[in-house]
Design a protein. Structure first.
Length: 314
């Protein structure tokens, strides 16, 4: 499949790069690394993000300008990275559908194959890992800017090599990125040790809602709009909370419910063991990985929790 991507890049000049809303480290690192790869090949690349770069990834080298609105322009191809379905890039995706060539590069096993070309590998630790292999195929000489983005993509999506998606390739690629000048301690400090105090105030509020069910095998916590207002925080400050809940002893499934509006909640599910949370989230139009997935559910807080518990029982 890399051969088809190479042909598109070789024959084109103007490219559009994007990823999903609420971007994580793999999404940002993948988009930025592809930007630098295309630039090194003498191509023009436009990066579009529906949401701003989260504060913990602002240190990553990217383009001087990131579009927050889809430009009215024709592109030789649209690269959609780390995104399981096209609407997840946010409002305006319908306009991009008019582009004849959409290339999806992703590692989610729930990806619906929306691209004209789909480079999908559910066994990869991250989209960043797939892109590294693509760059080697293209013969791109990796710069520091590419290396630190690839490293961050892999490290964040493997939970610093703690998750089950961690394989030998992830270690080998990151070792090569370190040889290119990436400093693991510096990346770790920026991603994990550089939070504003409001994040911890919000975390305190969320932990007070923590409840366990089914003999502590299921842990649920929630965030309301009122909590954000009270702690002067935003949704990006809650990134990683679901992983923290999963650390409760005996917990097999951790669920974080974040209020979006009066009757809508964003669900983040994490699991350890045999429970496939992607299957559960797919029931509500979401998706993801076996041990990390998400979706949106409409209803009151109580109704949403009930729907989730019933789905898990099924």
């Amino acid at each position: 499949m890399f051969a088809k991507v190479k042909k598109i890049i070789d024959n084109g000049q103007d490219f559009f790069i994007t990823t999903h809303i609420d971007p994580d480290g793999d999404a940002i690192g993948s988009v930025f690394s592809l930007y630098w790869a295309l630039k090194s090949l003498g191509k023009n690349a436009t990066v579009y993000l529906k949401d701003k770069v989260p504060y913990r990834y602002e240190f990553l080298p990217g383009p001087d300008r990131i579009s927050n609105a889809i430009p009215d322009k024709n592109y030789d191809a649209v690269f959609v990275l780390d995104c399981g379905d096209f609407p997840r890039i946010g409002d305006g995706y319908e306009d991009l559908k008019k582009t004849k060539m959409i290339v999806s590069i992703d590692h989610h096993n729930t990806n619906d194959g929306f691209g004209r070309i789909n480079v999908l590998d559910a066994d990869a630790s991250s989209t960043g890992e797939i892109l590294y292999r693509l760059y080697k195929y293209l013969g791109v000489s990796l710069s520091y800017e590419m290396a630190v983005n690839i490293y961050t993509a892999i490290v964040t999506d493997t939970g610093s090599f703690r998750y089950e998606n961690t394989g030998s390739r992830a270690f080998l690629i990151c070792e090569k990125m370190v040889r290119l000048g990436v400093k693991p301690a510096e990346v770790s400090r920026m991603v994990h040790g550089n939070h504003p105090k409001e994040r911890f105030l919000l975390l305190g509020q969320v932990l007070c809602t923590l409840r366990t069910f089914d003999e502590d095998r299921v842990a649920i916590a929630y965030i309301t709009e009122e909590m954000f207002e009270k702690t002067h925080s935003t949704s990006e400050y809650s990134d990683g909370f679901a992983e923290l809940i999963r650390e409760v002893r005996g917990t097999e499934v951790a669920i974080l419910l974040r209020q979006v509006n009066d009757r809508r909640y964003k669900i983040s599910m994490r699991s350890k063991g045999t429970v496939d949370v992607a299957d559960i989230c797919c029931l509500f139009g979401g998706g993801g990985h076996k041990n990390a997935a998400g979706c949106h559910i409409d209803g009151t807080l109580e109704e949403v929790q009930t729907k989730l518990m019933e789905a898990m029982k099924r």
